[in-house]
Design a binder for this molecule. Structure first.
Ligand SMILES: [Mg+2]
Length: 286
């Protein structure tokens, strides 16, 4: 008799979570199995990433990833709905962000930040309606720059969220200024509410610092086994201090003899939070 699996809003980061572009080895079967799971009629797949739409499409083609139903891109500033390969921006999310980001906010931020030494505006193709992006020189005195940017925005009454990170491949610092309500966690929650999923029907997977926004929350979250030890430690400490250990799963390998890295870790975590999917995967692996 066919077993009925529950509905699942499966949200995952891409780089070094689903995409095996880290130093740890990928299990040879994991991505195929992940693709099969993502086609399950009860599963809605959501990519949650710092990449923009073009870079997500590149990754889908290059790594043969399944087509998602939705994509939260540009560090949370854009949500797309994808129907038969057609990407359209979720207008409700734009309207939501506009409350923090009236017309002209991006231009005002550009003028303000141009007065600070250090940040250089990124190419126009990397800017969007709800994101102003800069390069920062390395080595980076991030705290000082972030303090100055934060104070300026506050003085101007702009409810914005400056986020910095390092692009290790290009060897450059990055600064993204987004509306205060645009981050990965808030975008995932917004999508969950829009689509009418319950808290027990959503799972998030990630590997690194900017995923902690979601992982350090009451959303059921997976850290893949290839995540850095410090990230695992930080997530565990947050969960213990905030009584959310039931909402955190750190993959360690072992499901169907896989190693827990990348997509194998996502599958392992799904089976932890939604055990009905374990027998579904085992039926496919047999
Ligand atoms: Mg990542």
């Amino acid at each position: 008799m066919e077993q009925t699996e529950p509905r699942l809003l499966l949200c995952t980061d891409l780089d070094r979570t689903l995409i095996p572009n880290g130093t740890a080895p990928e299990d040879p079967w994991a991505r195929k199995m992940f693709s099969r799971l993502s086609c399950h009629p009860q599963v809605t797949l959501v990519y949650v990433t710092g990449r923009d739409r073009h870079l997500v499409l590149d990754a889908i083609a290059h790594y043969d990833l399944p087509q998602p139903g939705y994509a939260v891109t540009d560090v949370g500033s854009t949500i797309y709905q994808i129907t038969n390969g057609d990407w359209s921006r979720l207008e409700a999310w734009n309207l939501h962000l506009q409350k923090d980001w009236p017309n002209g906010a991006s231009e005002r931020i550009r003028v303000l930040v141009s007065g600070i030494s250090g940040p250089t505006l990124q190419e126009e193709g990397k800017q969007n309606t709800f994101k102003v992006s800069y390069y920062l020189p390395l080595p980076l005195n991030a705290n000082e720059i972030m303090d100055r940017v934060g104070q300026m925005l506050q003085r101007e009454g702009i409810a914005a969220n400056p986020i910095w990170s390092i692009d290790e491949i290009e060897g450059v610092g990055l600064l993204d200024i987004l509306p205060a309500r645009a981050d990965k966690r808030q975008a995932v929650r917004f999508l969950q509410q829009q689509l009418g999923y319950g808290d027990e029907e959503i799972v998030f997977a990630g590997d690194s610092g900017n995923d902690l926004q979601v992982i350090n929350s009451d959303i059921s979250s997976i850290l893949v086994a290839n995540a850095a030890a410090e990230i695992k430690q930080a997530a565990l400490e947050w969960a213990q201090q905030n009584h959310q250990t039931q909402a955190l799963y750190i993959a360690r390998g072992g499901l169907l003899a896989m190693n827990g890295n990348y997509s194998a870790g996502i599958l392992e975590g799904i089976c932890h939070f939604q055990p009905a999917y374990k027998s579904y995967l085992m039926r496919g692996a047999a």
